[in-house]
Design a protein around this ligand. Structure first.
Ligand code: FA5
Length: 339
């Protein structure tokens, strides 16, 4: 019995001075399979029944005392390690530090939308927005492009599976939303993102931006359209920039035209960007088709209008001298930091 009491004292003394790594050794030394107390319990068979009971109960008691003490010590050590860590890792707000990130800036395409918008505002246009997910009605039907019409093939559409919806292929559905909500006179632009399921090259991308323009009133003619687009190009690029109107076809305008700008990279000589033509197409336009006015219940005998759809990336390429549209969407910081 004296030995057992001595064992307890000795073990508790060791536990008191232990650290995390030695604590486990102490446990093995006293309580493990070949530990001191286990040995005593194993040797009980050689004692009388009374002694077996006494020594057995004392040894089991010693085991639980030592075990409890080891567990308590373990908890205390954990807590003091945590306290120590918290003390060391406390944030010192008084210290100055170096923040290695520079300020963000607007993406060149967004900057270009803002600049285009500012010019059209100065020409008396209001600004509206439309949804990127559209129905067939807004993207096609109301724009005089009925189902199965071949004109649908010219705009490779991303359809949304399981829904009667699509990603708008142009900002022209914005015209319909505006006219449904407002009566003439109308003079508005609708900037936004559009999507087309088509292959990329230096001047085409599957996601790009357009700025739609629409004016509807009594007595609006093609002259107003030409004047407003010339004003825009001259205000945006300078009065020495040549533009030309080419006859074209859109289902929602009649007559229709495309506007080209002289290529500023080769000054009209012909290069990779303008596909050797010296000109680059920047927008489509025309006089609003009577069927479009009818779709929004406007009196097509009383009102006329013009509309245009400008390719923002094409304009940004001209403005900043960029010869490949794909650079806008690679998110290379060396490129983006220049704006
Ligand atoms: C249209 O999208 C017509 N909605 C424009 C319009 C509006 C005509 C109102 C008449 C009245 P188009 O598909 O040609 O037309 O596109 C217009 C402009 O968007 C083009 O001139 C071009 O600058 C730009 N664009 C077209 N496809 C791409 C493309 N894949 N990547 C970048 N820009 C493009």
């Amino acid at each position: 019995m004296k030995d057992i009491r001595q064992i307890i004292n000795e073990a508790l003394e060791k536990v008191k001075n232990a650290d995390v790594s030695t604590l486990e050794n102490i446990k093995v030394e006293y309580l493990g399979k070949s530990g001191v107390l286990t040995q005593i319990l194993k040797s009980l068979f050689s004692y009388s029944i009374d002694d077996k009971k006494r020594i057995g109960s004392e040894a089991n008691n010693a085991k639980s005392v030592i075990e409890t003490e080891i567990e308590n010590k373990k908890e205390n050590l954990k807590k003091s390690l945590l306290d120590e860590k918290m003390r060391k890792e406390k944030l010192d707000n008084s210290k100055s530090f170096y923040f290695p990130f520079s300020n963000g800036s607007f993406h060149p395409v967004i900057q270009t939308i803002q600049d285009i918008t500012a010019v059209f505002k100065s020409l008396g246009f209001a600004v509206a927005e439309g949804p990127e997910i559209e129905t067939d009605w807004y993207n096609f039907e109301a724009l005089n492009i009925p189902d199965n019409h071949p004109a649908r093939d010219t705009q490779d559409t991303f359809y949304i599976e399981g829904m009667k919806a699509l990603l708008r292929t142009h900002t022209s559905p914005g015209q319909i939303h505006v006219m449904e909500k407002h009566k003439p006179p109308i003079k508005v632009i609708v900037p936004g993102k559009v999507y087309r399921n088509e292959a990329s090259d230096a001047t085409h991308f599957s996601t790009f931006h357009q700025v739609e323009g629409l004016a509807v009133d009594e007595n609006i003619t093609f002259v107003d359209l030409k004047a407003v687009l010339s004003d825009f190009v001259h205000k945006f690029f300078g009065s020495d920039i040549n533009i030309r109107f080419r006859p074209s076809h859109f289902q929602f305008t009649e007559p229709s035209a495309e506007v080209d700008m002289q290529c500023i990279f080769c000054k009209g000589k012909g290069c990779r960007l303008c596909k050797s033509s010296g000109w680059i197409e920047i927008l489509g336009c025309g006089m609003v088709h009577p069927n479009v006015l009818k779709a929004v219940h406007y009196d097509s005998g009383k009102y006329t209008g013009y509309a245009f759809g400008l390719g923002v990336e094409r304009i940004a390429m001209f403005k900043y001298g960029i010869d490949d549209i794909r650079l806008f969407y690679e998110n290379d910081l060396r490129f983006l930091k220049q704006f």
